[in-house]
Design a protein around this ligand. Sequence first.
Ligand code: HEM
Ligand SMILES: *[C@@H]1O[C@H](CO)[C@@H](O)[C@H](O)[C@H]1NC(C)=O
Length: 475
Amino acid sequence: MNTLLAAFAFFVPIFLLLAKRRISSKKTPPGSLGIPMIGQSLSLLQHMRANTAEKWLEKRIQKYGPISKMCLFGKPTVFIYGQAANKFVFASDSSTLANSQTESVKTILGDRCLLELSGEEHKRVRNALMSFLKPESLKHYVGKMHQEVRLHIEQNWQGKQEVTVLPLMKTLTFNIICTLLFGIERGTRRDELVDWFQEMIAGMWSIPINLPFTRYNRSLQASKRVQDMLKDLIGEKKLQLQQMGADPKQDLITCLLSMNDGEEISEKEIVDNSVLVMTAGHDTSSVLVTFLIRLLANDPSVYKAVLQEQEEIAKSKHRGEPLTWEDLTKMKYTWRVAMETMRMFPPIFGGFRQAAKDIEFDGYIIPKGWQIFWVSSMTQMDDGIFREPQKFDPARFENPSSIPPYCYIPFGGGPRICPGYEFAKIETLVTIHHLVTQFTWKLSSDNRFSRDPMPVPTKGLPIQIVQKKQILQVS
Ligand code: HEM
Ligand SMILES: *[C@@H]1O[C@H](CO)[C@@H](O)[C@H](O)[C@H]1NC(C)=O
């Protein structure tokens, strides 16, 4: 997931000098491992920042074909591309491909989070999380989500002439997660959490050198504070459940606690996975909504069609009446626009796995222990799969069966497919509903973005906004 790729950004491979490198004499894929240790890491990083990483990889594909070797962050790595590669990465189980995290990510997130688990344990913890994150359960939280978005707009958009979208969307998705998943009310506790959380994230992609004043050290301290706060919270929520008859469904943490006496998920697992959900769910959705807002500013005809769909829904409701699950099912066009946005501007560029044994793929050997670098989003811009890939066209998704399997997978696939898919969808639709029915906007900066490794528009996407006069808005 993003954390894997994010490791690129600040990771310096020197500490991996001692990592053992197995050179197989069999037919490993074409390509060169480059300068020892450094390999192609700096090149890739540079191209990501300049937003030309896809072009850089395309050149490799032209030169070597869809499978080639390189060296990234001190590890021999096989880059694979295409529909078959995507299927191989996402359909294989952990006896073939292991998840591979950097040391920093593992230490900061905790060793019982989903990214560190495999096989039956992974399945058990995932099922526990899914009991809250599945659509049949989440549909009851649309109203809560609606209130969060309404409050956010009141506090941050109304009365303003200019806003900067990306940081605001990060605030919004953070608040939504605090309310719905953690059940942490607004106030000092939430404010403290946001500070620690930022500090924690900042060091996640750093060199794991634990000395005073290193980024990693500060990040570890922050991560410990976040974990302590979650432990306290769990204590309180347990009490509320046992003594005050709290609703077991009030938030994700309470839901997990009420499952049973730690057989399905232990308290340590609840803590680690809460930290993971916050990390995985916060940047990704804020990037999606940010790029939607950018797209709607650049494409008046799409804006008009989205507005029309959303106004239909707004008209069918009383003033102030919250959106429901039923309403969301009518936002079909808006979601196709979101899907097309993720096709062209995927929040997650790619990630890593590790060969758990010698693997034969496409006529080559990938030796045990080597990294596998997947960039599944590249099939989304392949003109053999999506005609005129540079053209924004939400109609591509009118007939889902017209898209070949494993060619459009912004949420991954198989046993590790994103468990936050439905959550992200609800967040996105509710936010866009509020924004288009209440505001028009235009960009106040250029159209460019870089990858860090999440796509980041110039200056965080400042926009000029005008609030609409008519009282069509839902609240
Ligand atoms: C637009 C928004 C999102 C996108 C594009 C996205 C994308 C992804 C992708 C591609 C993966 C799979 C990575 C891999 O196979 O290595 C993933 C995993 C994951 N995502 Fe998301 N995600 C989004 C939102 C969310 C949200 C809102 C949450 C939490 C509520 C979340 C929680 C997770 C978790 C916990 C995993 C790890 C699953 C596992 O290893 O079993 N994501 N996501
Ligand atoms: C940060 O570094 C100091 C000094 O080496 C060490 O005592 C402390 O335990 C480190 N903090 C964490 C959270 O590991």
